[in-house]
Design a protein around this ligand. Structure first.
Ligand code: N2P
Length: 390
């Protein structure tokens, strides 16, 4: 497997796939309502330390805050980037972690969270926009948005990119350890059939994520990830309850470490996180079950009450720099929407994804579904409460 054979081809395939993604995504969904409270407060001016070094990547230094508060998914950035941004621009980035879009939405709904930058997925952007919880981006402060693949701009949940720009994208499926599964599994049955999952009793985990976990159960049962039918939800609940007996737990924040340390041998997992585990332990592989998995686009957005919106825009622009964008995906192993960064990815980036089963080809793409929300989607929270309570 010579990289020279593969790399241009992979880039081509990915570009084609991104086109298909757009076609699939742009066709559906409704235009979100404009938030009523658009008059977000002007960014609080806060002078950086007088002797802080600044580069042309720092915008107007006199408008930068000392601190930027970032609310992000686990293992979703190379923290070295924080140190670089601080050295370059004099802004200290602090990071808190959330486990799911629902946790992020709840935190922002409660108000006064104090975060400057958040990473909601596609459907969560739509929920946050409809709830007037995001602030319009000042695109003049984000010129590196020009590096983003135009096919990934203007997605259904934010058609004008008024409130969000793409961060990373990936898929959800199953991670497994080849020493326990010498024959690669191909179905959600590996983790939902009680006989199969209980063979790994205490060594299996599911994402702690209502839309992902109930959705996966629905998919195994032959339904859509987005099915809100009461009977189908009840079937998914019962399947999850039966499975729960044999799980090590629900885990969205430490499953990478559990996979690489072999405390978990099969896990409902995200593609890039599984690839991070594989970079530590080559027994870890990934597949999208034959019944289907999810595809997601995670995005950079600024909460409507962010204390330091200007600094957040400068940091978004920094993350969209070609070099920094490549550094980001070389660490996360998720796919970058940044065309200028793609050419700068490590030589082993695609090799690891290909050997680990994380690449998205046409056949895989055809069985991926976007998580969507509508007025009935609240039922997922009720089902999840019933699953978690027992
Ligand atoms: C980061 C997981 C982000 C994927 N570890 C969920 N959209």
């Amino acid at each position: 497997m010579k990289l020279s054979d593969r790399s241009p081809l992979r880039l081509l395939i990915l570009s084609l796939l991104l086109l298909s993604i757009l076609a699939g995504c742009g066709a559906s969904g409704t235009a979100p309502a404009a938030p009523s409270g658009e008059s977000a407060a002007a960014p609080a001016p806060a002078a950086p330390a007088a002797d802080a070094p600044t580069s042309e990547r720092c915008g107007d230094p006199s408008k930068l805050s000392d601190v930027l508060r970032f609310f992000n998914w686990a293992d979703y950035i190379d923290e070295e980037i924080f140190a670089q941004f601080e050295a370059e621009c004099g802004v200290k980035v602090t990071q808190d972690i959330y486990a799911s879009n629902e946790d992020l939405i709840a935190k922002l709904q409660a108000g006064n969270a104090g975060y400057d930058l958040v990473i909601p997925s596609d459907y969560a952007v739509q929920i946050l926009i409809n709830a007037s919880l995001l602030r319009p981006l000042e695109m003049a402060n984000i010129p590196n948005a020009a590096n983003i693949d135009p096919n990934l701009m203007g997605m259904y949940y934010d058609p004008e990119n008024t409130y969000s720009v793409p961060y990373q994208w990936g898929t959800t499926g199953i991670a497994y350890n080849t020493t326990v599964y010498p024959e690669a599994p191909d179905s959600w049955a590996a983790i939902f059939d009680p006989a199969q999952v209980c063979e790994q009793k205490g060594f299996a985990s599911m994402l702690d994520d209502e839309r992902e976990s109930i959705g996966a159960a629905l998919k195994f049962l032959g339904y859509s990830y987005n099915d809100t039918d009461a009977d189908h939800q009840a079937q998914a609940r019962d399947l999850l309850l039966a499975q729960k007996e044999c799980l090590a737990g629900y885990n969205s924040e430490n499953y990478i470490q559990s996979l690489s340390s072999e405390e978990v041998m099969i896990a409902h997992a995200w593609s890039g996180g599984t690839a991070q585990a594989r970079s530590e332990n080559e027994n870890v592989k990934f597949f999208i079950p034959k019944e289907g998995g999810t595809i997601f686009m995670d995005n950079m957005s600024i909460p409507v009450d962010a204390p330091n919106a200007y600094t957040a825009e400068i940091f978004i622009n920094y993350l969209l720099d070609p070099q920094i964008g490549a550094q980001l995906s070389n660490y996360t192993y998720y796919f970058t929407p940044n065309l200028a960064a793609q050419a700068l990815l490590d030589p082993d980036y695609y090799a690891l994804l290909e050997s680990g089963g994380m690449l998205v080809d046409e056949a895989v793409l055809a069985r991926l579904e976007w998580i969507k929300r509508d007025d009935q989607s609240i039922v997922f929270s009720d089902t999840w409460t019933a699953v978690k309570a027992r």
